[in-house]
Design a protein around this ligand. Structure first.
Ligand code: PMP
Length: 338
């Protein structure tokens, strides 16, 4: 049993201080691999920390006034965090979400009482239906606060001041590598800045879905044309202002099939129910670990809980439809009438 916490006065007081667990049932070559369970945050993802930090910063400098409207472009998790923190304070929350995101996340957002505007997932920056352009336009029209996790400095700051020092302390100050993905770049830049200052030996390793421009840019210096991928929350078709790629020492491209298989293996081997982006991070972390010739202490993140993806990553029928099944189909859940 780990140490018990005293009762909290609010679920928001439970954000952060997430547990770390060592993965002992995977082949990690000469390395030890640890995962930090950001899924243990009350909103079920790493984005709770960021939502709290961006709302507090905007209140402090007057960008957000009592009764104000928050607008964000989000794969879902930032929206959940913003709703959890913002709605009880009396703000209205409008979220622009690409339509590839899981039904569970959208249902959760609606249940919280946010105004969810779905938009196309198949268009890039500059297209009027692109989720970030749409959110910015809407914020202009409504005179609302556009949170903009892609450029808001309070996003990486949350990781620099909370996630990274926690990792450092939980690993007794001895961390050789941290494997992260990039959606907005907040996790990479915040954790990377902290370790550069406090533990310069620590390498930042990028895990990137196939189709994203980021890993190819790190590895070849060339900006490729973006493709598409099914993993949610990470991978980009541009380099967000919050994404400091100079902090990255190596980068791995991971396919959807590898990501989903890794997430499912994490559940079957270690009993950890993680989302699709965590599968990408784990697959890259395993590649990194197995490529080492000397023992290293490597940390990666469970960015969100797999409960948000039961109809996708963990549904054999959905995987088979995508041509990504890693085992024979035993009954198709999508045919179930509940
Ligand atoms: N995983 C998931 C599931 C996410 O929703 C996000 C954020 N979009 C990330 C990882 C990436 O984090 P960041 O925005 O800090 O780069």
């Amino acid at each position: 049993m780990s140490a018990l916490r005293k009762p909290a006065r609010s679920a928001l007081d439970l954000i952060g201080a997430t547990p770390v667990v060592e993965l002992t049932r995977f082949d990690t070559g000469p390395c030890r691999l640890f995962v930090k369970l950001e899924s243990a945050n009350p909103g079920g993802s790493i984005k709770d920390r960021v939502a709290l930090s961006m709302i507090s910063a905007a209140e402090a400098d007057g960008r957000l006034k009592p009764g104000g409207i928050l607008i964000e472009a989000t794969a879902g998790n930032t929206g959940l965090g913003l709703a959890q923190v913002g709605l009880p304070k009396g703000y209205k929350v409008i979220l622009v979400v690409p339509d590839k995101m899981s039904r569970e996340k959208i249902a959760h957002l609606r249940a919280l009482g946010t105004d969810v505007r779905l938009t196309r997932s198949d268009v890039g920056k500059g297209h009027p239906a692109y989720y970030q352009d749409m959110a910015e336009r809407l914020a202009d029209e409504l005179g609302a606060f556009y949170v903009n996790q892609f450029a808001n400095p309070a996003n990486p700051a949350a990781h620099e001041t909370t996630t990274a020092p926690e990792i450092h302390a939980q690993l007794d100050g001895d961390v050789d590598a941290v494997v992260v993905g990039v959606g907005s770049g907040g996790t990479l830049s915040g954790i990377g800045r902290y370790f550069k200052r406090v533990s310069p030996k620590t390498e930042m390793v990028l895990a990137d879905p196939e189709g994203s421009v980021l890993a190819p840019l790190v590895n070849t210096g060339k900006l490729i044309e973006a493709g598409s991928w099914a993993v949610e929350g990470i991978g980009e078709d541009f380099v967000p202002p919050n994404c400091d790629l100079s902090l990255v020492s190596s980068a791995y491209t991971v396919t959807d099939a590898e990501s989903f298989a890794a997430a499912r293996e994490l559940l079957s081997k270690e009993g950890i129910l993680a989302g699709s982006s965590s599968g990408t991070l784990l697959a890259a972390a395993l590649k990194y670990c197995r490529a080492q010739t000397v023992p290293k202490r490597v940390v990666t993140l469970v960015c969100d809980t797999g409960a948000k993806y039961l109809s996708k990553v963990y549904d054999d029928g959905w995987l088979a439809e995508q041509g990504l099944a890693d085992r024979p189909l035993h009954g198709n859940l999508s045919d179930l009438v509940i």
